[in-house]
Design a protein around this ligand. Sequence first.
Ligand code: SF4
Ligand code: SF4
Length: 160
Amino acid sequence: MKRVYAREEVCVGCKLCEVYCAAAHSEYPKDIVKAYLKQKTKPVPRILVEDNLSISFALQCRHCDEAPCTKACITGAMQKDLVTGIVRNDEDRCVGCWTCILACPFGAIRRDNQGHKVASKCDLCSSGADDLDAPSVPVCVQNCPNRALQFMDSILGEEE
Ligand code: SF4
Ligand code: SF4
């Protein structure tokens, strides 16, 4: 399956991926300004840019083959789609216990404490990605100004 890979050597730490991701998963997916100004709660990005002075990179879900978060989830909210490979959280079933956060070895799940507490994670902008033959490119990848995010099958040296 195609996943998002970060290239830390060219990431400039601008955090545009966070902005586009948050907007894409808001009530105004096509309008960043409205997403940030009109939505009652602040939109939460599902990608997180880690940085210090010398290095930055974007962190998001790897959609693991044996996803520990799905095994840890106490309600069955976190599920891996066996056809597409995408790991998603069903926010209606999530009770905000954060067990999945403890289980994820990559720190790829965030707390969304606004309103109904839910675990928030990358879904590969999933409706389009459901088309296995032509998965749509996630918005973080589309909008990275320095191509520091790549949507591809695998990186060099990593088995598919
Ligand atoms: S949330 Fe973490 S454990 Fe779950 S699939 Fe993504 S990277 Fe793997
Ligand atoms: S926070 Fe939600 S998704 Fe995570 S383990 Fe608890 S119920 Fe499952």
